[in-house]
Write a protein that binds this ligand. Structure first.
Ligand SMILES: NC(=O)c1ccc[n+]([C@@H]2O[C@H](COP(=O)([O-])OP(=O)(O)OC[C@H]3O[C@@H](n4cnc5c(N)ncnc54)[C@H](OP(=O)(O)O)[C@@H]3O)[C@@H](O)[C@H]2O)c1
Length: 263
């Protein structure tokens, strides 16, 4: 059996670890995260499934950490990239330190783009490749004023960028054999939500998220929303709203409300 090489970021826990477990039967793996001990334990378990597993400890909030991963991708043998590492950093923007702004945007938005950019040339040359980036349903929550939602300005900025990036890239790569997908989970039962001992009863399992993403790839989905029943209608409505904004607003003259005399 030929094994494809997959590189997974955020593989030390949660959704990334679930992808690794699902892929280990027929993929070799490179596991990326900061916690080297957890990666090593996880690698041992995955090798029992026959996978060759390398661990690559790296902090993707830093440009050195990103460079360690892009250097690995430059070797040209990775055919599946799962860019999953992320952090919420939920807080009102005025309370976030400047350094944390850079770190969170680097981890959640810059790193996925840099990794895709590093992986893509070899995938195109090989005529084969799959790129998955894990975003969030919160990417679509900018206009929501639901008081139960977290203080999420930076997180939404980063995840919405990831969704826009992947959807646009899908068009750019439409005539190539490289497939791209952005995954938009709702609440998932991982360390993310349970770290403080706070279990959310309606959360989806990380295994279901990873398995929906892999099934979505087989279905040709560019956007995977694991819990959304009628994905096609939601995407059609989204595209219709985007088209109304772009086609309706791209005019040589001002909209009438800007030219009416002041009362
Ligand atoms: N859980 C949810 O409710 C939920 C919902 C929607 C989307 N998501 C997205 O799902 C993805 C995975 O999250 P999860 O729920 O599986 O949470 P998790 O269990 O906390 O996993 C996060 C992963 O990202 C890694 N990571 C965090 N900061 C990193 C850094 N600076 N450099 C490298 N790796 C880093 C962590 O590893 P180390 O700590 O070892 O570095 C860990 O492996 C994230 O992108 C998140 O935005 C989660």
């Amino acid at each position: 059996m030929t094994r494809t090489l997959a590189l997974i970021t955020g593989a030390s826990s949660g959704i990334g670890a679930a992808y690794a477990r699902l892929l280990a039967d027929d993929h070799d793996l490179v596991l990326v995260a900061r916690r080297a001990d957890r990666l090593a334990d996880h690698a041992k378990e995955l090798r029992a499934h026959g996978a060759a597993v390398d661990v690559l400890p790296a902090d993707l909030m830093t440009h050195d950490g990103i460079a360690a991963v892009t250097d690995r991708l430059a070797a040209g043998d990775v055919r599946m990239l799962i860019s999953n590492a992320g952090a919420g950093g939920y807080a009102p923007l005025a309370e976030v330190k400047s350094a944390d702004i850079d770190g969170l945007l680097t981890l959640n938005a810059v790193a996925p783009v840099r990794l895709v950019h590093a992986a893509l040339p070899a995938m195109l040359a090989a005529g084969e490749g799959t790129i998955v980036t894990v975003a969030s349903l919160l990417a679509f929550s900018a206009g929501s004023t639901d008081p139960r939602a977290p203080r999420r300005t930076l997180y939404v900025a980063a995840k919405a960028a990831t969704v826009g990036f992947t959807r646009t890239l899908a068009g750019e790569l439409a005539d190539t054999p490289v497939r791209v997908q952005v995954v938009c989970p709702g609440v998932v039962a991982t360390d993310w939500n349970s770290g403080a001992g706070h279990i959310i009863p309606w959360a989806m399992s990380p295994e279901d998220v990873a398995s929906a993403s892999l099934a979505g790839l087989r279905l040709g989905e560019t956007v995977c929303a694991p819990g959304l029943e009628d994905l096609d209608s939601a995407l059609d409505a989204l595209l219709a709203a985007e088209t109304a904004f772009v086609a309706g607003g791209n005019q040589p003259t001002l909209a009438s409300r800007y030219t009416e005399p002041r009362a």
